[in-house]
Write a protein that binds this ligand. Structure first.
Ligand code: FMN
Length: 364
């Protein structure tokens, strides 16, 4: 069905198609969630995953960025996602970068975006989520407000403000320290700055008497050959000292290595984060590395270029307890979630695993 609609959607400018789809989805959500749920329903006991104190009915989640303001959570649940990560949300509302800021690269099954953390801000999103009763685990992804003037202590205070407002509403919180679309947004990938940020965030969490798991979202390595990075080792060590509960890997990539798309087209597009299939190898290599660095003790969420059950299964075998998708949905449509789950069960059975959890990290 989606294959019929896709040429029409792809004939529109990418962000327009995106807004149109989400707009229609918002309209139908209240009336059609039940119908969609029966159309897309597929669960199997082997797919259930327990992480932290949460139970995920299946390991396939929606990645941050598609539902930045948490408007469509019931729809994602109806489409069969095992969990949803909303955001990135920042303390202040933000319009993001000027348009155009989202581009398709069909030859590479990829996207480039420089959205610039457009979102309604922590207060508005919190008000919406307070009214919502979600049935499946909800992650809230936080980022520093996209404003180059907010730096140093002000940046830490900004992150803490959104954490204070939104963490009580989340089943887990992801700190996005790796958005490639802000000049200053990646400061917290500097180990010293990260140390100070985590000190502050965990103090707020203690003061609020919360035990919500806090995860860090990391950048991809520049290539699959350059995964072994001493800075990453330092980041992981600092994160573990503070009690980070897991990692989400990876965010989009700033480089354009090994793409099929015409270099002139890429030049015209300009800067932005690359997502989709070209990220897959790097995301998998980073996952292996993180699994080893954390001795398999922390749950890892793998994201980047997952658009099939085979790829999802490879990530699980490489150490992911959960996976997420975004770009795959744009190319394959919402039926992808069910297809991944159905085929994943077959792949597990073929290899003699009785659950996803039994397969986590077997290749690592
Ligand atoms: C248009 C777009 C917007 C995104 N916005 C965010 C965001 O706000 N916060 C975030 O942590 N990741 C964001 N991402 C990154 C995705 O969550 C994901 O890490 C990345 O796209 C790789 O997964 P994929 O290959 O399945 O798309 C965005 C991705 C896209 C394509």
């Amino acid at each position: 069905m989606y294959r019929l609609f896709r040429p029409l959607l792809f004939s529109l400018e990418a962000e327009r198609a995106h807004r149109l789809t989400l707009g229609v989805a918002r309209l139908v959500q209240p009336v059609a969630s039940g119908l969609l749920s029966s159309l897309f329903k597929y669960e199997h006991p082997a797919l259930a995953v327990s992480c932290w104190t949460l139970t995920f009915p299946n390991p396939v989640g929606l990645a941050a960025g598609l539902d930045k303001n948490g408007r469509l959570i019931r729809l994602w649940e109806a489409l069969g996602f095992g969990f949803t990560e909303v955001g990135s949300v920042s303390a202040r509302p933000c319009a993001g970068n000027p348009r155009p800021r989202l581009f398709r690269l069909p030859a590479d099954r990829a996207l480039i975006n420089r959205m610039g953390l457009n979102n309604e801000g922590a207060e508005r999103v919190a008000q919406r989520l307070q009214r919502l009763r979600h049935r499946r685990p909800l992650g809230i992804n936080l980022a520093k407000t996209h404003d180059p003037g907010i730096l140093g202590d002000a940046a830490i205070a900004d992150f803490c403000e959104s954490f204070r407002r939104l963490a009580p509403l989340a089943d887990y919180v992801t700190l996005n320290i790796s958005c490639p679309n802000t000049a200053e947004g990646k400061t917290f990938e500097d180990p010293k700055a990260l140390d100070r940020l985590l000190q502050a965030i965990f103090t707020v969490r203690r003061n609020l008497n919360l035990s919500v798991p806090v995860l860090l979202k990391l950048s991809p390595p520049p290539s699959s050959r350059t995964v072994f990075d001493s800075r990453l080792e330092e980041i992981v060590a600092i994160a573990r000292t503070h009690g980070i509960a897991g990692f989400v890997a990876t965010n989009t990539a700033p480089d354009r290595a090994e793409l099929r798309t015409d270099p002139d087209v890429l030049m015209r597009i300009g800067p932005g984060g690359l997502s989709g299939r070209p990220l897959a190898t790097r995301a998998r290599c980073l996952l292996f590395y993180l699994y080893r660095l954390t001795e398999g003790r922390l749950p890892l969420i793998s994201v980047g270029g997952i658009d099939s059950a085979e790829e999802a299964y490879a990530r699980i075998r490489a150490g992911a307890s959960l996976v997420q998708l975004y770009t795959g949905l744009v190319y394959e449509g919402p039926g992808l979630v069910r297809r991944i789950k159905q085929h994943l069960v077959r792949l597990l059975e073929q290899d003699g695993f009785d659950s996803v959890q039994a397969a986590v990290g077997v290749d690592a």
